[in-house]
Design a protein. Structure first.
Length: 200
């Protein structure tokens, strides 16, 4: 039993994501008062922390707003225009026990939509989120995962703002013998750049 409940190997690898469509609505603009918008002050109006998996079950919550990186003073992503198609990257996490069996197989998707501008200025981000795609957990193991966007910043200049955000994915695996925790961090930018911050 001890060998079955002991994790001996963990691997994380990038896998091919599914194809995504455009945002539901594009180039909306709005009647936001331009005087109240501060282009180079970038804020997250959405969720900063959310659960991805809880007690071996993917969390589906349609009532919360994904993270974003927008200029201060706008009312949401619909105040901006010229959004690019959503981007997606997928990763697979696998745990192997002492018998060489795969005991946890978890695939998560990182999504973000770049390129939004306010009256032709800046490049911002919306719908920054990590979600569960596939999950298989063997008997005797408990798996949990969460996503976090700890900060959003202006990676550009005052005259040409460029939103950027760090996206963290944390997960843990528990057995009667041990608790293990791991995480990966990623950097996304309003011009579409995606960059893993961890090296395996």
């Amino acid at each position: 039993m001890q060998q079955y409940l002991t994790v001996t190997k963990m691997t994380v690898k990038q896998v091919e994501p599914e194809t995504l469509g455009d945002l539901d609505e594009k180039d909306l603009g709005s009647d936001v008062n331009e005087a109240n918008v501060i282009l180079d002050q970038i804020i997250n109006m959405g969720q900063k922390v959310w659960k991805i998996v809880e007690d071996n079950k993917p969390v589906v919550n349609v009532s919360w707003t994904p993270a974003d990186a927008l200029p201060t003073g706008v009312q949401g992503w619909t105040s901006l225009e010229s959004w690019q198609p959503p981007r997606q990257v997928a990763y697979q996490v696998s745990y192997e026990n002492g018998f060489g069996m795969d005991v946890v197989d978890f695939t998560y998707r990182l999504l973000y939509t770049p390129g939004g501008s306010f009256q032709g200025k800046g490049k911002y981000l919306t719908r920054i989120v990590a979600l569960a795609k596939d999950l298989d957990v063997s008997w005797g193991y408990t798996f949990n995962a969460s996503g976090t966007v700890p900060s959003v910043v202006n990676a550009g200049t005052s005259a040409s703002p460029l939103a950027a955000a760090e996206l963290l994915v944390d997960w843990s695996i528990d057995t009667a013998l041990k608790h293990s925790q791991s995480s990966r961090s990623y950097y996304v930018r309003g011009d579409g750049l995606f960059q893993p911050l961890d090296s395996d």
